[in-house]
Design a protein around this ligand. Structure first.
Ligand SMILES: Nc1nc2c(c(=O)[nH]1)N[C@H]1C(S)=C(S)[C@@H](COP(=O)(O)O)O[C@H]1N2
Ligand SMILES: [Mo]
Length: 197
């Protein structure tokens, strides 16, 4: 097991948050069973503190601008993988389709299988965040969240929800699955925000 992990090369050291080790593999970290979601059945729901709730089909999502993102991925269980290549729809491009109510402050991300995670609006509406359907140029594998997952690279990877099925905007923060179970409400890897106090 430890053979898979290595110390960063000197050039990469500044990219590795405290307490993390690098892996070249891409481990799969899933709580519970892996859902099966066919793209054709995806009904991506946007609801809560929005002027008009919306449901987007796979075709609707594919018709939005498509973007690439290369970003490092940091799991709170202490592995990090550098330069993961994603493609999909940027959160900011998706949000062009939605008008938030002025009182919206936070989002609860909902997944097939029941997993949830929370983000402040500020952490959610970042230019690099992406709803990814492609990993290293291939359709996103099911165990990595295919057909669609969120990627929020500046926070620990439990915020990068797999098998996303919708967004619920809230006027005040509600905690998601791991956040209820002792993980930090925000999860900045550079501050080692691993657990709630
Ligand atoms: N729906 C869902 N999303 C999830 C998880 C999960 O269990 N269910 N695990 C999270 C955790 S803890 C991590 S580290 C990453 C792992 O992503 P990976 O399996 O693609 O490496 O997914 C996150 N997103
Ligand atoms: Mo994780």
């Amino acid at each position: 097991m430890f053979g898979n992990f290595f110390k960063p090369r000197v050039v990469d050291q500044h990219r590795v948050p405290p307490g993390q080790v690098l892996t070249e593999k891409f481990p799969v970290l899933t709580y519970g069973p892996t859902p099966t979601v066919r793209p054709e059945e995806l009904q991506f729901e946007i609801k809560g503190q929005v002027e008009e709730p919306r449901t987007l089909s796979w075709a609707d999502l594919m018709a939005l601008p498509q973007s690439d993102l290369t970003a490092d991925f940091h799991c709170v269980t202490r592995w990090s993988k550098l330069d993961v290549q994603w493609s999909g729809v940027r959160v900011l491009d998706l949000m062009q389709q939605v008008q938030l109510k002025p009182q919206a402050r936070a989002v609860l991300v909902h997944c097939y299988g029941g997993y949830t995670t929370n983000l402040s609006l500020e952490d959610f509406l970042r230019a690099e965040n992406i709803l990814a359907h492609t990993l290293f140029g291939q359709p996103l594998p099911r165990d990595h969240g295919g057909p669609l997952r969120l990627v929020v690279p500046h926070l620990y990877a439990w915020k990068s929800a797999k098998w996303v099925r919708g967004l619920e905007f809230l006027d005040k923060e509600e905690l998601g699955f791991w956040e209820v179970n002792g993980y930090h409400r925000r999860g900045d890897p550079w501050k080692e925000e691993r657990f709630s106090d």
